[in-house]
Design a binder for this molecule. Structure first.
Ligand code: ADP
Ligand code: MG
Length: 645
């Protein structure tokens, strides 16, 4: 966190702590408690929605599980508050795992449906399990008594405030760690994530369980705040409300969920008091008008783009004065506001504000300020001395068949890769080169055949476990984590070097600091190796195409592979860049890393490959040294003929 942000955080906490003194109305204090509780839940929901990018319609139910866990423990077993709350967190985390393990096999709309079904089942269970939950009658709970003092509504406000601050702190630390980076990476490019050893499924489940545990905390706090819980609270509408709050507030921020909670809790109140509604709608219209004038004068927006939002906010303000009574129109206004936010502020209100701030303070974009001068390649690379296959090869693929429907993309292909060599794989477009690479890295499971790597069968293993075995790759269609900086991309490749767990992350233990520092030094030196040191803090999607390819190589090397697969690395590179690439591949080989190189630039292939395999229509038609391949009749006929002539 920058100093400014820290000062803002301290000020916000001070204001929040003083609110009950200046605003002692119990009704409003209760509203603020609910805001705090919702904010906690939304911070957790944002991990799933904002970072992992999946929609969960099960969070109201998880909130309910947390509520009832605390309620049942209190009402049936007289468990004290300070034990009931952590127990609720654990129980809800467990329910989250129960939901996530099967549900996250699917994604998108299917996942939304599975979580929706989960919500319905939980509501039915709460209703039916009378002996625990009292069914529709609900459970009564009392706020705790501490040191002979019965906790009042105002006291409870401070309890929730402390819980909210703790949640903010913990989530901030997690999301800024290698765990948060994994969540972001799997959203940006699931394939690359898996191939960097960051299991997409595993980390999705992780994120979901974390999010569920936080919903459990919110639920337990809610039970003690309401002092009465019943099944109807945790319904479908609440789940939708939570999603809207995250989206309106702004995804992938800490402030967004808090703002979203304020909006969804206060809005029903605003929409029941016509005077308050009039004041606020005028305020919104004035802010929009000021922004519109600013955006128009600075030419950031055209008059046409600005006309509709401006007209809409003015219409909202005018409508406030035309209505006598607002309660009849509540839902309409609520719906219109949601549409407005979703349409005009796709990154939510905080995302929009941040966009403006970033314009004035460009250095905020840089999330990392490193690239230390120390660390050189010799120290950074330590290629593990792996055993080889029975026949003395690093990798052997035997009789690989890959069938796509009626098409045999690979038929009975055999490959033998010797340790420490650069092995070329060439052939016309569509001959099965990339498919070979996808089979070797576990993206495709071959229809038949087996792959032996380091004396171990890896056929059918998952991409992330194959990556863990020491096979790294780049992609023909670049697969970077676009929204992350260059150095963060490499740090995802270094994920395997992080041994510390979530507790180390939260408490910033020496182990956490040490591993973090070591990874950053290594990432910096890998970037220097591919010549991207100056672009370390640039977002990957903003790099020129050729540089993106080089960044992929750096990220693959971060895996500390014994075998590196390069799929057309020279595509999109300029002539001087290609020269550097050749030098780079030679250097990689000199460090003991074996390379399989798919390439169309024959000069590259012929100058560095020790051995070349030629594919045509999914079949191996030739294999040998570059000189043998160049004079092979079959190869000239099928592939080289065109370029030779
Ligand atoms: P290249 O040698 O140009 O890299 P590919 O390995 O990408 O060739 O493709 C080989 C053949 O397999 C092509 O005919 C391609 O259309 C087909 N193919 C590759 N992947 C798939 C897939 N996922 N589904 C169907 N067909 C595929
Ligand atoms: Mg290809």
């Amino acid at each position: 966190m920058s100093l400014n942000k820290k000062i803002a955080a301290v000020l916000a906490i001070a204001v929040a702590a003083m609110l009950p003194t200046f605003w002692p109305n119990p009704y409003y204090i209760h509203l603020m408690v609910v805001i705090g509780i919702y904010a906690i839940l939304l911070l957790g929901l944002d991990i799933v929605v904002g970072y992992v990018g999946e929609v969960s319609l099960g969070h109201a139910a998880l909130f309910g599980v947390g509520s009832y866990a605390a309620g049942v423990l209190h009402a049936k077993l007289a468990v004290p508050f300070l034990l009931a709350v952590p127990a609720s967190i654990a129980i809800t985390g467990l329910f989250g795992a129960l939901l996530a393990l099967p549900a996250l096999r699917v994604s998108g709309p299917y996942l939304a449906m599975v979580t929706l079904a989960f919500g319905t089942i939980i509501q039915i269970l709460i209703n039916e399990m009378d002996f625990l939950t009292n069914g529709p009658l609900g459970l009564s709970v009392r706020k705790p008594v501490w040191f002979g003092h019965h906790i009042s509504g105002t006291d409870y406000y401070y309890v929730v405030l402390v819980a909210l601050i703790a949640t903010l702190f913990v989530i901030q630390r997690i999301l800024k760690s290698h765990l948060g980076r994994a969540f972001e990476a799997l959203h940006d490019s699931p394939i690359a994530s898996d191939c960097m050893g960051v299991s997409v499924y595993g980390y999705k489940v992780y994120a979901f369980v974390l999010s569920a545990a936080i919903a459990g905390l919110a639920g337990a706090l809610f039970t003690y705040s309401e002092e009465y819980i019943s099944p109807n609270t945790y319904n479908f509408e609440l789940t939708i409300l939570f999603l809207l709050a995250v989206i309106m507030g702004g995804r992938k921020t800490r402030t967004g969920p808090v703002l979203g909670a304020i909006i969804v809790v206060m809005l029903p109140n605003v929409l029941s008091d016509i005077d308050l509604f009039r004041e606020i709608s005028i305020g919104i219209a004035v802010i929009t008008a000021v922004y519109a004038v600013y955006a128009f004068v600075t030419r950031q927006r055209t008059a046409r783009q600005l006309a509709l939002p401006l007209a809409a906010t003015i219409a909202l303000a005018v409508s406030g004065f035309m209505m006598e009574n607002i309660t009849d129109h509540r839902l309409t206004i609520f719906g219109a506001m949601i549409l407005f936010v979703v349409y005009y502020l796709p990154n939510g209100i905080m995302g929009f504000l941040r966009g403006i701030i970033v314009k004035f303070r460009p250095q905020w974009i840089h999330r990392h300020t490193l690239i230390s001068e120390h660390g050189d390649m010799q120290h950074v690379w330590a290629v593990p001395d792996h055993p080889v296959t029975a026949n003395g090869f690093l990798l052997e693929a035997r009789n690989i068949v890959m069938q796509f429907g009626g098409l045999k993309a690979l038929s009975e292909v055999n490959l033998q890769i010797s340790k420490g060599t650069v092995h070329g794989l060439i052939g016309p477009n569509g001959s099965g080169k990339s498919t070979t690479m996808n089979v070797l890295t576990g993206i495709y499971k071959p229809t038949s055949g087996e792959i032996d790597f380091n004396g171990k069968l890896i056929t059918g293993a998952t991409p992330s476990s194959i990556a863990g075995e020491g096979i790294a790759r780049t992609f023909q269609n670049v697969q970077l984590f676009g929204e992350m900086t260059a150095i963060e991309n490499v740090l995802v490749g270094l994920h395997h070097t992080y041994r510390h767990n979530i507790l180390d992350v939260v408490f910033h233990t020496p182990r956490c600091k040490r591993e973090k520092h070591a990874a950053e030094v290594r990432a910096a030196s890998l970037l220097r190796f591919v010549g991207l040191a100056d672009l370390a803090n640039e977002e990957a999607r903003n790099l020129p195409y050729g540089k993106q390819r080089l960044l992929e190589i750096a990220r693959a090397l971060a895996l500390n592979p014994s075998l590196l697969l390069l799929d057309e690395p020279a595509a999109g590179l300029t002539a001087p860049d290609i020269k550097e690439l050749i030098a780079m591949i030679e250097k990689i080989r000199s460090h003991g890393i074996t390379v399989i190189l798919i390439e169309h630039h024959m000069d590259v292939v012929m100058s560095i490959c020790d051995k070349v395999t030629v594919l045509d229509f999914g079949q191996k038609i030739a294999e040998g040294t570059p000189a043998e391949i160049q004079s092979n009749e079959k190869v000239i006929g099928a592939y080289l003929g065109g370029s030779a002539a």
